[in-house]
Design a protein around this ligand. Structure first.
Ligand code: KIV
Length: 275
């Protein structure tokens, strides 16, 4: 039951998304990395905004997520938090800000909450990171897990291909998912794994799964905002549905502006000040 008595929309919490799974309502999640985009995505009614370390690719132009630092992620997250009224804002802990020791992970997660204003953090990995997750959750910080294709490990995998297609990796993934739930995760991202495996994991867990390239059996879906808006022409994975072609829209707008400036069509009488 909602306790919201104002005109403002009820804020989404980690408990809300757990309840959504229980009630059979699918969860919508998109990434955002800056104030303006976060405002649009939040006002459109998204449930969760992920400040993903995919910022490394789409904002900073790196090939992988590995170069992202905690300070970069704190900056992006604080920009997003200032644009959001309703959505749950989850921030990725970047590579090497949580893997070395549980103490360091706790400090990183704490900075993300205190300095950036995140509502929860996400980190990648299964069994090796479960103890660390327990400590972060015990400190009062909600954690989202991330299994399957974990892009911070790209140099270990050597490829962005679908994960857990063989029985051994699929069995390990199911065990990892259960361990993350036991460790206190409120939700888990499943990235690029077979749809039947993601469905099975989703059915066996009480906490919601959020899929990207993991099929319709997940409890929710996430896409990178720039990809689903059609800003990235060169990225065409099977799982991506484009909801707009902003690359063409923006190119057209910029070309029209250039033409208007060159032809002295812009600015016109109404677009300048009298003296
Ligand atoms: O960094 C990111 O955007 C992510 C999503 C793809 C789940 O982790």
């Amino acid at each position: 039951m909602s306790t919201n008595t104002s005109d403002r929309p009820a804020k989404i919490t980690t408990q809300t998304v757990v309840d959504m799974k229980r009630n059979g309502e699918k969860i919508s999640m998109l990434t955002a990395y800056d104030f303006t985009m976060a405002t649009i995505v939040d006002q459109a009614g998204i449930d969760i905004i992920l400040v993903g370390d995919s910022a490394s690719n789409v904002m900073a132009g790196y090939e992988t997520t590995v170069p992202m630092t905690l300070d970069h992620m704190i900056y992006h997250t604080s920009c997003v938090v200032r644009g959001v009224d309703r959505a749950l804002v989850i921030a990725d802990l970047p590579f090497m800000s949580y893997q070395v020791t549980a103490k360091e992970a706790l400090i990183s997660a704490g900075r993300m909450m205190k300095e950036a204003g995140a509502h929860a953090i996400k980190l990648e990995g299964g069994k090796p990171i479960a103890g660390t997750i327990r400590k972060i959750v015990d400190a009062g910080i909600p954690v989202m897990g991330h299994l399957g294709l974990t892009p911070q490990s790209i140099y270990k995998f050597g490829t962005y291909k679908v994960r857990a297609t063989d029985e051994e990796e699929a069995t390990a993934l199911i065990e990892d998912a259960k361990l993350l739930q036991e460790a206190g995760c409120f939700s888990i991202v499943l990235e690029k794994i077979p749809a039947n495996l993601a469905k099975r994991v989703s059915e066996e867990l009480d906490i919601p799964t959020i899929g990207i390239g993991a099929g319709a059996g997940c409890d929710g879906q996430v896409l990178v905002l720039h990809d689903m808006l059609g800003l990235n022409k060169g990225f065409n994975p099977r799982f991506l549905r484009r909801y707009a072609d902003l690359h063409s829209e923006m190119t057209g707008a910029v070309q029209q502006y250039i033409s208007d400036v060159k032809s002295i069509d812009f600015p016109n009488e109404e677009e300048q000040y009298g003296g």
